[in-house]
Write a new protein. Structure first.
Length: 223
């Protein structure tokens, strides 16, 4: 099963909870904020409160840690937690031999253990990707064109503000993007500052942005 946006993936998680999750998930996104957000929401759904425990959540880096400790963790049973998630970041850095060893888990998962593989991107023509899609769930967020990115971020800003009980109009969204660019982590941090700054006010205005937000000089290719 494959999804191409976070919203559809979240609906899958809601429908699968609590007992119908896949034992394998792949999360692929070029944007670090989207990658982290999707991974955090997935692991929270999979193991809940046990996410804060080392027994409930083990995190590895495919480039730094190598394959052996990952395989060892996948083969380990725990009597102290009901569910465990093993997260492998930068899985695109695994060599062919290591990827083949990890792929063996796809068809023979350990009971109550979930494998979460993340990377900016993976080669869709490889057996590793194809078997992951066949046996598990893949969230593969495509890289957007600049104008698509700006449009989707405007929608995201309004959604985030609404979740905090705040309003922000299109013109103000556009100005915020002009000031900060399309780095979603930076936008997230500046929104947090704005919520604190406006307090009980219901609407974020251009004056609020001018008063509290960082301004970054952004030039296009022609400039």
């Amino acid at each position: 099963m494959k999804y191409s946006n976070l919203r559809a993936f979240e609906k899958h998680l809601e429908g699968a909870a609590p007992d119908h999750f896949s034992h394998l998930y792949m999360i692929l996104a070029k944007d670090p904020f989207e990658l982290k957000t999707a991974c955090d929401r997935l692991t929270s759904a999979l193991v809940g409160k046990e996410r804060s425990s080392e027994l409930g959540l083990a995190v590895f880096d495919g480039e730094r840690d190598g394959i052996e400790p990952i395989l060892s963790e996948l083969q380990t049973f725990s009597f102290f937690v009901k569910k465990r998630a093993i997260v492998v970041h930068n899985s695109d850095k695994l060599d062919k031999n290591a990827a083949a060893k990890l792929e063996s888990f796809f068809h023979n998962p350990t009971k109550a253990t979930f494998l979460v593989i993340t990377a900016p991107a993976l080669n869709r023509a490889t057996n590793f990707y194809k078997n992951g899609e066949k046996t598990g769930v893949v969230l593969d967020i495509p890289e957007e064109k600049p104008w698509e990115r700006e449009k989707s971020l405007q929608e995201w800003i309004r959604t985030e503000a609404a979740a905090q009980g705040k309003k922000i109009d299109q013109k103000t969204c556009q100005w915020l993007l002009k000031q900060l660019g399309t780095d979603q982590m930076l936008l997230h941090n500046e929104l947090q500052k704005l919520y604190c700054y406006i307090g009980e006010k219901e609407e974020i205005t251009l004056n609020d942005i001018g008063a509290i937000c960082t301004s970054i000089a952004i030039e296009n290719a022609w400039q």
